[in-house]
Design a binder for this molecule. Structure first.
Ligand code: IVH
Length: 679
């Protein structure tokens, strides 16, 4: 079809249709991560739009989706002068300093009663300034030195939550202002950040250290097509220059921003008085880990704009606002040594011994480095200055090496050939990341096995802690689990930190632990990959320890949630003569599991243990019906494809999940295949 055949009205109509379709598919792709059409189809729509816009330039508009993608790479960024400077914020690091901020304000302006503030999370991303002229986005820039930033308009246009045109649909149905600068933060959500880093690792590219770097790195791309593929989000929190509109309060600014179509942070609140702000600070700090993105504090702003004006600014920070920082959850420190810890299954784990540093309010001095591959990937050496963080706000982890601080005296680390605890050979099995000590009687392994056996979730032997277990093993009193039950009162009472009473208590605890529920007993054995949940599933599926010990891999994988790796580990455990000897010795010592009658509904469904992911549209049923068909048969489903996914069911117009399944080599079923399975 040549465009010449069409009337101008038809062409304008087609352009509108294409814009609408592209905007819809952008949302499915970038925001919902659930595309309905293939990349090729999308490219065709976009190419058609661009062709029409090139042929009819008068129909081209700055808010066309053609402007979000596909712009040519730049040579370099141009300087951009903000209409009004972008200020920075003074910091407060404690509740006391937050109160001092309010005291300071009261000395400067006469206010009766409490001051009204707007409290907002302090987003950890990249500050940007968006210029809208006549309601249309005409420029976007980084903060730069506050006066002049870098123009990154093409890149910012690719961010789905940045409106290309302001909505004028607010309550007063006012038109958008002639010129307005909208300020806010571009961030990368944590899930998107993790996904991006996984893809980068898979493609052999270095991962980003944190979401802020990822967001900043994505925006400072000369090629906007790269930015377009990065999952970025914009939150608006202020206006700079604005004419002819005026506002009376900051709260009003935020509500206008959201009427214009911006995302304003849902936790922003109007708060009366500084004590309310302190409470807000505590509340948001507690909820920090639940958020989908990183924040590094809260920002308090005086609500009344006339008060803001009266207060003014000192150097580059306004007097009317303050950033109340949370204790940092990333810090730098030095790796002084890397030591080896031997686990109960013989795994050698390298652990970084670090100069103690406070991270997120807790002193950290050790962090697991997981395995040699991980050390190599991050190129961690002894003596390195590193960034540590508390992931998920608990476990400390080494994020990356600050290579700029290297002196040349750093020493690379190699896993030892011999176990540092018992001197036995260390092996690395094919396909495994871990190095292992092969000596089952390695004292370090024995200690860990005993501690696990005695733990709460296992045989629950009170009083059998770290120090005591070390003494028992080092003195040769306990070489195997069953030896615990042969300990005598004089033996125990002679140990360090043990007296008559504590020895008697321990013997009583041991006695009580001879009969524990089957599931606890299974867990206590410390079979690799068998945690409490799996132990429970095994106890429910097998009538006795003998039956479990005789189970074949197929019988195990038929159970829900047990994959080949776990099944292999269970079969391996029960085929190891040393383990069979331990079980027999435990039985001799009168330690036997307590069996409960198996529940009648234990029959696993036909899809038990199988996990499904659906993509595209199914012709004969809805997605929720398909999911129900899976769960009713004992299977599970998920939104995302991982290496643990068993099947991907691809309907009409499948999305990126199909590609991922192919990349990971996961079987792809057609709708017919799936129907045959659930018949
Ligand atoms: S207001 C004059 N509000 O913090 C006030 N800033 O050190 C200008 N930031 O460059 C900023 N969240 O990148 C404001 N809710 C928020 C913020 C916020 C993060 C950043 C912004 C700014 C820096 C100030």
């Amino acid at each position: 079809m040549t465009t010449d055949d069409r009337t101008p009205a038809e062409i304008a109509g087609r352009i509108a249709e294409l814009r609408e379709a592209i905007a819809y598919h952008n949302r499915r792709y970038y925001q919902l991560d659930d595309p309905e059409i293939s990349d090729a189809e999308y490219d065709r729509l976009l190419a058609e739009l661009i062709r029409l816009e090139e042929a009819y330039p008068h129909l081209k508009t700055p808010d066309s989706p053609s402007q979000r993608v596909g712009a040519a790479p730049l040579e370099k960024f141009s300087p951009f002068t903000h209409l009004t400077p972008m200020l920075s914020l003074a910091n407060a690091f404690s509740e006391e300093e937050i109160r001092e901020f309010d005291d300071r304000l009261r000395r400067l302006v006469a206010v009766e009663g409490p001051i009204t503030y707007v409290a907002e999370p302090k987003l950890d991303g990249l500050a940007v300034n968006l210029l809208y002229e006549g309601g249309v986005l005409t420029a976007a820039a980084t903060r730069g030195d506050g006066t002049v930033g870098e123009e990154i308009t093409q890149n910012v246009r690719t961010v789905p939550s940045v409106p290309l045109r302001l909505k004028d649909a607010d309550a007063a149905s006012r038109k958008p202002p002639d010129r307005v600068e909208v300020r806010g933060e571009i961030i990368m959500e944590l899930a998107a950040f993790k996904g991006l880093n996984q893809r980068r690792l898979r493609d052999g590219e270095p991962p980003f250290a944190n979401p802020r770097n990822a967001a900043a790195g994505s925006l400072r791309q000369l090629d906007p097509r790269i930015t377009a593929r990065r999952p970025l989000t914009f939150f608006a929190y202020a206006v700079g220059f604005c004419a002819p509109d005026t506002f009376a309060t900051h709260w009003e600014v935020l509500s206008r921003l959201s009427a214009w179509g911006f995302s304003v942070h849902p936790l922003a609140e109007r708060v009366e008085g500084i004590e309310g702000c302190v409470a807000y600070y505590r509340r948001v700090m507690e909820r920090r880990a639940e958020l989908e993105h990183e924040i590094d504090g809260v920002v308090l702003k005086v609500d009344r704009l006339d008060l803001q004006e009266a207060l003014g600014a000192v150097s580059r920070s306004p007097r009317w606002a303050v950033a109340c920082k949370f204790p940092a959850s990333q810090e730098t420190t030095v790796i002084e040594d890397i030591r080896i810890q031997v686990g109960r299954t013989g795994t050698l784990t390298p652990v970084a011994v670090m100069r103690p540093v406070r991270v997120g309010g807790v002193t950290v001095s050790r962090a697991s480095l997981h395995n040699q591959d991980e050390i190599d990937r991050k190129d961690i050496r002894i003596g390195d200055t590193v960034i540590v963080q508390r992931a998920g706000d608990v476990i400390p982890e080494v994020v990356k090496v600050v290579t700029a601080r290297r002196t040349g005296a750093e020493r690379p680390f190699r896993m030892p050939d011999h176990c540092p605890e018992c001197g036995s050979t260390v092996v690395r099995l094919p396909g495994e990341a871990a190095h292992r000590c092969i000596n089952l009687t390695c004292p370090a392994q024995v200690k860990e096995r005993i501690l696990h056996f005695a733990s709460r979730g296992g045989m629950d032997i009170e009083g059998l802690g770290d120090k005591l277990v070390s003494q028992l093993v080092d003195k040769g009193l306990v070489k195997d689990l069953a030896d615990l039950y042969r300990l005598t009162h004089p033996q125990l009472a002679s140990l360090e930190r043990m007296a008559d009473k504590s020895a008697a208590n321990l013997l009583a605890a041991l006695e009580a632990s001879r009969r524990r529920p089957f599931e606890k007993f299974i867990y206590a054995l410390g079979i690799r990959h068998v945690g409490e949940t799996t132990a429970r599933a095994l106890a429910a599926a097998f009538p006795s320890l003998e039956a479990l010990a005789a189970a074949k891999e197929e019988e195990l994988t038929a159970l829900r949630d047990i994959g080949p790796e776990v099944a292999g580990s269970i079969v391996g455990f029960f085929s190891e003569p040393a383990n069979l000897r331990t079980l027999a010795a435990l039985k001799d010592a009168g330690v036997e599991p307590l069996y409960t009658a198996p529940s009648p509904d234990r029959g696993a469904g036909s899809l038990a243990g199988r996990s499904f992911v659906f993509t595209g549209t199914l012709a004969s049923m809805t997605r929720s019906e398909a999911r129900r068909a899976v769960t009713e048969r004992g299977g599970t489903w998920s939104e995302t494809v991982t290496k643990n996914t068993d099947y991907v069911v691809a309907g009409e117009a499948p999305g990126s999940k199909l590609k991922k399944a192919k990349d990971l080599g996961i079987p792809v079923l057609t709708e017919e295949d799936f129907l045959a399975l659930v018949k």
